[in-house]
Design a binder for this molecule. Structure first.
Ligand SMILES: Cc1ncc(COP(=O)(O)O)c(C=O)c1O
Length: 352
């Protein structure tokens, strides 16, 4: 067939999401979903939902949810935009701030979708390289990001799980000549976050998702907070009805159940500490995580071998090929039983 595509689209490979296999009894720890179901308030909201409403379009401006997010974070409705998952927020952000003239800066390694979104825009990518062994944030990050119009700082980072000092990123917000976006998909599992920087600086956006801490990956909800002018620009280019009606109702119910969120995150953080210790005892190198997953290298540094071994034993984790990442697997923290199975298999393969 003749190639009808724009050259940048024809040249790109497309993002490959984590597998969603349909294998019975599989322990699925590959896409950082929550091990627990969503809040019981979600079930209540869905039971009460009047399905006759579905013949109407949803609120295109998702005001109820924007107001709830605004209230919790001490900002106004005009400082909040919602999306069909935080991937949708990222799409809007890339459309707004990257182009052939406006490069992107992001960490490396990090969430690989950023590279694809930049390619779609025909934008160059400046990788701010994390330390190859520790994945620490480089001291010359600003220099490496120089010339970019958008700098995405994934905090905590994925797939490494670690974070960078708040004082360091605060300085970046003050000095970077462009928009700084904190992708805080995992911030509810971390000790701190950068929401205050979105209020302090007019060039800062913070994005969050309901997919991880709220156990709602299936309905797709994300939002960003920032200066009203930045948010106004994103609202202009979003799809008209990017967040469906059920999504709006369900997310609001989950968002208001703060006690449930806290209880779940506390449990996941506890598993994180226990799994980190236990894997280290078997000889794994585990990066200190602030997220709901661990980036762990087995004693023989054969990440791919361990990934395959787990898979043969019906445990699915994530493996990222490459010089820097190939030694590791990324393991989502599961239920205590699922975590125990990972440890049992690790012990079987590497225990003395
Ligand atoms: C760093 C990061 N940002 C964003 C996302 C996308 O999340 P969502 O489900 O809200 O689209 C993910 C998903 O894994 C992620 O790891």
């Amino acid at each position: 067939m003749k190639n009808y595509f724009n050259p940048e689209i024809a040249a790109m490979a497309g993002y490959v999401p984590g597998e969603q296999p349909k294998i019975a009894n599989l322990i699925k720890l590959n896409t950082n979903e929550n091990p627990y179901p969503p809040s019981p308030k979600v079930v209540e909201a869905m039971a009460k939902f009047d399905y006759a409403r579905l013949r109407r379009y949803p609120d295109p401006m998702f005001d109820a949810l924007r107001d709830a997010v605004a209230k919790k974070n001490g900002v106004k409705r005009e400082n909040v935009v919602c999306g069909n998952g935080s991937d949708d927020i990222l799409t809007m952000t890339f459309r707004a701030f990257t182009s052939p003239e406006n490069p992107l800066a992001c960490l490396w390694p990090t969430y690989s979708l950023y590279n694809i979104l930049a390619q779609m825009q025909g934008a160059q990518v400046k990788h701010v390289l994390l330390d190859k062994e520790t994945f620490a944030f480089p001291e010359n990050a600003l220099e490496q990001a120089k010339g970019a119009n958008l700098f995405i700082i994934t905090r905590p980072n994925a797939p490494t799980g670690n974070t960078v000092e708040k004082s360091v990123v605060r300085e970046i917000c003050a000095k970077f000549d462009g928009v700084v976006m904190f992708d805080e998909a995992y911030a509810d599992f971390a000790d701190d976050n950068c929401m205050d920087l979105a209020k302090e600086f007019d060039n800062v956006l913070v994005s969050r998702t309901f997919s991880k801490s709220y156990s709602l990956a299936g309905i797709r909800m994300g939002y960003a907070v920032g200066h009203a002018d930045l948010i106004d620009g994103l609202l202009k280019l979003k799809d008209s009805y990017n967040v469906d009606m059920i999504d709006q109702v369900v997310s609001l119910a989950a968002y208001e159940d703060e006690a449930y969120l806290l209880e779940n995150c506390t449990k996941v953080k506890q598993f994180r500490a226990e799994m980190t210790d236990a894997l280290r005892k078997i000889g794994f190198s585990v990066i200190d995580s602030q997220a709901n997953f661990l980036f762990a290298a087995p004693p023989d540094h054969d990440g791919e071998g361990f990934f395959k071994f787990l898979r043969e034993n019906a445990v699915l984790v994530r493996y990222f090929k490459g010089d820097v990442t190939g030694k590791y697997v990324r393991i989502t923290l599961g239920t205590p039983e699922e975590n125990a199975r990972v440890l049992e298999l690790a012990q079987q393969r590497y225990g003395k």
